[in-house]
Write a protein that binds this ligand. Structure first.
Ligand code: ADP
Ligand code: MG
Length: 268
């Protein structure tokens, strides 16, 4: 396995993921530098969500490794040059609970489905993890929740319940909830795919603002316009591999791989 890039916030190294006999990720490597926005493109079933879920520690990789700030995700630190001889099975001691929780908190995730608690207001949804995970008192958590809801343009919806909000507003609450935990990295998995077309723009606008504010982001999306405007790097995935990677100009305007060309001819 190759060593992680010491300057990267997130280093994915030779990652494989299998579900039983199904080999879903096949030797995926990439480096997300601080402040970069990556967009993952690719056909359905190519492994984009699986890769994102491995980054977010919702799945464990089958081989290879993922590093956040140079620290192996979920696993006790292994000092270089041990990388070269690294055998995952030999290092399956887990990180101490606190350290692992810290890594988890360093990443905010936003999914296609917003998963808000229906019996809690927008504000309570955002406060929830601050109270339970960070153990903040009510006042401090509320102040932070209001600040984050304002950031996503929902200052006049803080006391609304999810059912009283549009899909776009609910997704913005979900983004505010993730931001409240003060993540170093935000992972988005098709955050606008479940939305009515007229609501897509407001969510992309919030994400664009976040990117412009310097947030490091990995975004799975079919919104080519967003990719073109916001992505520093675009990776095109096909059958579990990154077959092409480059800036927006390179990948969208001058794709080299036949599968990228074919995919873009369908979505553009
Ligand atoms: P994408 O997000 O690019 O559409 P996914 O990462 O969701 O692709 O899926 C890639 C492949 O992995 C698909 O064949 C899918 O059926 C399979 N897969 C994803 N998650 C699981 C799982 N938990 N168990 C078994 N197979 C899975
Ligand atoms: Mg997916």
């Amino acid at each position: 396995m190759d060593p992680p890039n010491p300057k990267a916030l997130l280093s994915v190294r030779n990652v494989h993921k299998a579900f039983g006999q199904l080999h879903v990720l096949k030797d995926v490597s990439l480096d997300v530098m601080p402040g970069e926005v990556w967009v993952l493109l690719g056909p359905s079933g190519s492994g984009k969500s699986t890769l994102l879920r491995c980054m977010g520690e919702l799945e464990e990789v089958s081989a290879g490794a993922i590093f956040l700030d140079g620290q192996l995700l979920g696993i006790e630190e292994v000092t270089p040059p041990a990388w070269k001889f690294w055998d995952r099975s030999a290092h399956l001691q887990k990180l101490p609970g606190a350290k692992r929780a810290e890594q988890r908190r360093a990443m905010g995730m936003v999914f296609q489905r917003f998963n808000l608690f229906p019996h809690m207001t927008a504000c309570e949804n955002v406060m929830c993890a601050l109270r339970l995970v960070k153990k903040w008192d009510k006042e401090k958590a509320k102040a932070e929740a209001l600040k984050q809801l304002e950031k996503v343009g929902l200052q006049d919806r803080v006391d609304h319940y999810p059912a009283q909000l549009s899909g776009g507003q609910q997704q913005r609450v979900a983004i505010a909830r993730a931001l409240a935990m003060d993540p170093e990295l935000m992972l988005f998995d098709e955050p606008t795919s479940a939305l009515d077309p007229e609501l897509v723009g407001e969510v992309l606008a919030v994400m664009k603002e976040l990117a412009e504010g310097g947030m490091t982001m990995v975004v799975v999306t079919h919104e080519i316009g967003f990719a073109k405007e916001v992505a520093d790097r675009i990776a095109f995935m096909d059958e579990g591999q990154i077959v092409e990677v480059g800036n927006a100009e390179q990948v969208l305007s001058n794709p080299q791989h036949p599968r990228t060309k074919e995919f873009l001819s369908k979505v553009l």
